[in-house]
Design a binder for this molecule. Structure first.
Ligand SMILES: NC(=O)c1ccc[n+]([C@@H]2O[C@H](COP(=O)([O-])OP(=O)(O)OC[C@H]3O[C@@H](n4cnc5c(N)ncnc54)[C@H](OP(=O)(O)O)[C@@H]3O)[C@@H](O)[C@H]2O)c1
Length: 247
C-alpha cells in the first residue's frame, strides 16, 4: 500500500516550501514578504477572530498565502484587504480546500459541525488546533473535551486530520509580537504525527516562537488556559514544567 503521507505531492511541496520559509525567516520580518514571491505554503484559517486574524496576519507577512474564513465573508474580505499582500477571504469550505495547512481558531463548540461540513477537505491535512473547550461558552462538547482531553477530542471531531495542538494558552494579542524576539518564548505543542509536528513547528518558529513538543495528543489536555503551561514561558521552562506532567 502506498504511504499517503509521503506520496502526496501537496505535502512534498509544503515540506519544501515551509523549509524555504525557515531560511527566509532569518531575514528581517518586513523584508520577508518581498523576498518570498514563490515557494511558500497555503494556509487556511478556519476562524478569523482574535486568534485567527493575528496568526493569519503574521503568516501572510512572512510570505504564506493565507485565506481567512468565518461565517461572515464580508468581515473576512475586509480583514484580508487590510492585511494586504498574500491574504484573501473565503467561506470555511473554501479555506479548508485552499489550505495545505489548516488552522482552527473557533469556539470549541463549533468543531462538531465544522468537522462534518469540512470532512472532505480536512482528511490527511495538517491541522493546527488552537481551540479551547469552555463549558460556559461551548456547552456539553466542552465538558466531554475536558474529560477526554482536548487533543484526543479534537482528533475525534476532525477525523483524519493530522492535528497539532498549539497557540492554546497564550494571549491572542501577543501572537503577532513574538517575532520581535525570536526564540525567547516557547510554544508548547502536542501531536502524534511526526511530519505534521515538523510542519507546524516550522510555521511556529517562523513567527518567533520556539516550539516545544510536550508529547502526543493525549498531552493536549495540558494545552489550555488554567494549566501550569499556560501563559508565556521560555522553552527551558516549558520543558521543566512538562517533565512534571502525567500523560
Ligand atoms: N483569545 C485568545 O487569547 C485565545 C488564545 C488561545 C486560544 N484561544 C482559543 O481559540 C479559539 C478562537 O478564539 P478567539 O479569541 O479568536 O475567538 P473569537 O475572537 O470569538 O473568534 C472566533 C472566530 O470563529 C468564527 N466562528 C465561530 N463559529 C464558527 C463556525 N461555526 N464556523 C466558522 N467560523 C466560526 C468567528 O466568526 P463568526 O462568528 O462570524 O463565524 C470568529 O471569526 C477559541 O477556541 C479560544 O478558546 C483564544
Amino acid at each position: 500500500m502506498r504511504d499517503r503521507r509521503t506520496s502526496c505531492p501537496g505535502r512534498r511541496h509544503l515540506m519544501k516550501t515551509v523549509g524555504a520559509a525557515v531560511v527566509l525567516s532569518a531575514l528581517p520580518f518586513g523584508e520577508r514578504a518581498a523576498a518570498a514571491e514563490s515557494g511558500k505554503g497555503r494556509i487556511g484559517m478556519i476562524g478569523s477572530g482574535r486568534v485567527g486574524s493575528a496568526l493569519g496576519r503574521v503568516w501572510a507577512q512572512a510570505g504564506h498565502e493565507v485565506m481567512f474564513s468565518s461565517r461572515n465573508l464580508e468581515d473576512d474580505r475586509k480583514l484580508a484587504a487590510e492585511v494586504g499582500a498574500n491574504a484573501r477571504a473565503g467561506t470555511p469550505g473554501e479555506a479548508a480546500a485552499f489550505g495545505e495547512v489548516l488552522v482552527f481558531a473557533v469556539p470549541y463548540g463549533a468543531l462538531p459541525e465544522l468537522g462534518k461540513a469540512l470532512a472532505g477537505s480536512i482528511e490527511g491535512k495538517v491541522v493546527i488546533d488552537a481551540c479551547n473547550p469552555f463549558p460556559q461558552r461551548d456547552g456539553d462538547i466542552a465538558v466531554e473535551a475536558r474529560e477526554k482531553g482536548a487533543g484526543l477530542k479534537s482528533a475525534e471531531l476532525l477525523p483524519g486530520a493530522r492535528i497539532v495542538r498549539a497557540f492554546n494558552a497564550v494571549g491572542a494579542a501577543r501572537m503577532a509580537e513574538a517575532h520581535r524576539e525570536p526564540g525567547r518564548i516557547g510554544m508548547p505543542i502536542a501531536g502524534d504525527d511526526k511530519e505534521a509536528i515538523e510542519i507546524a513547528s516550522r510555521l511556529i518558529r517562523e513567527i518567533g516562537y520556539e516550539p516545544v513538543l510536550i508529547g502526543g495528543l493525549e498531552m493536549g489536555k495540558y494545552l489550555m488556559p488554567g494549566t501550569p503551561l499556560a501563559g508565556e514561558h521560555s522553552p527551558e521552562e516549558i520543558r521543566r514544567i512538562a517533565a512534571t506532567l502525567n500523560p
